[in-house]
Structures are given as C-alpha cells and as structure tokens.
Design a protein around this ligand. Structure first.
Ligand SMILES: [Zn+2]
Length: 198
C-alpha cells in the first residue's frame, strides 16, 4: 500500500471529478515511473496555472487573464450573450466554433434542493450587462436538467420586459444531458436550431 507523500497525492487526485481511488493510483504510478517525461512537466504546468489563473470579471470565464480572451476579442459580436452554467460549457461551445458572440457564466444553477438561490449565482451581473451594453439577444444554454431549465426560466422572467430577444438552444440531446459531454456536431446543431422563447 502506498504511504506518505505518494498516498497524499493519490488522496488528492481521487477527489477530482471522474477519478476514483483506483484511477488515481494508476495515474500516480505512471507519473512516478516517468518522472522526467510526465511528473515534472505536469508539476510546472500546474504551478503556471496556479500563478496565472483568473476569473473574468465581465463574463466569469476561467482564463489566464482578466478580462478574458473572449471578452477582449474585437471580432466578437457584442450584441449577443450566451448564458452557460460553467466555464466548461463555454469551452465546449468554443470548441464547436459555431458561436461568435459573448458569454456569461452563471457559476451553477438554481437549486431548491441544495438551497441555491439567484443571489448565489452571477445573475445580477448578467442582467446588468444585458440591459446596459446594447445587447439584442440572450441565448440560454443551460443544461437540459430540471435545475438547468428552471434557471433558464428564471432568467427569461427577469428579462421579459426588455426588448432583448431571448432564445434557448435546442436540446436535440439526451434529456439530462450536459453540454460539456456533447460532441461538437450535436452542439452546433443545438445552437443553430435555437428557439425563441418569447
Ligand atoms: Zn470574459
């Protein structure tokens, strides 16, 4: 059984999403067996990210600068904001290359069960951006889960009395599906087939 530093590393890694103890042990073994080729480059990459990681004050994207690469990109259509739950969803849509507007990362969803209310998410910032910066369309791209859809509905209600066009991406995807798990083709189709919601 691994002990000491090696065990500590396994424990830390096994807390990450998608990794259990078994995968963590295998990962650590690979790292220590290939110290020069894998462990040391990983160490320096992690150190670099730890030093540079920032959350964009405008949209909530996770990037190595604030404002982020999307918000500072002059070629973007600044009249459209796509609302997503997490930065991973933003990255997924970026991978699909279908969308050239701005984003807003909520940082989760409303959840009655977990006691997460509007004040726990970045919703006020979204309303502010949408209503003061010449935005003409807000695309709701929350996940096709109960909480994701409830969150989209709440934002729709908040923006109902504006002239902003509201649309929802089509979820021609498994119900309960999360954006980050979709292939780029499915995500492109969902964005193209977005439906006006009011
Ligand atoms: Zn940003």
């Amino acid at each position: 059984m691994p002990t000491g530093d090696i065990d500590t590393l396994i424990q830390l890694l096994s807390r990450l999403p998608g990794l259990g103890k078994r995968s963590a042990r295998r990962m650590v073994l690979t790292l220590v067996k290939n110290k020069e080729a894998t462990l040391l480059p990983l160490l320096s990459a992690m150190q670099a990210v730890a030093n540079s990681v920032q959350v964009c004050a405008e949209c909530g994207n996770v990037d190595d600068r604030n404002l982020c690469h999307v918000c500072t990109d002059e070629r973007r259509n600044r009249e459209t904001i796509c609302v997503v739950e997490e930065a991973a969803d933003l990255w997924a849509i970026e991978r699909s290359s279908i969308y050239r507007g701005l984003y807003h990362v909520l940082g989760g969803t409303l959840s009655a069960l977990d006691g997460i209310g509007p004040e726990d998410l970045h919703i006020e910032g979204l309303i502010h951006r949408a209503t003061t910066q010449g935005v003409t369309e807000v695309i709701l791209a929350t996940n096709a889960t109960v909480d994701g859809q409830m969150t989209a509905h709440y934002i729709m209600e908040r923006l109902r009395d504006t002239n902003i066009k509201l649309s929802k991406i089509a979820h021609g995807v498994p119900v309960g599906g999360e954006l980050d798990y979709l292939d780029e083709g499915t995500l492109s189709a969902a964005m193209k087939a977005r439906q006006p919601v009011m």
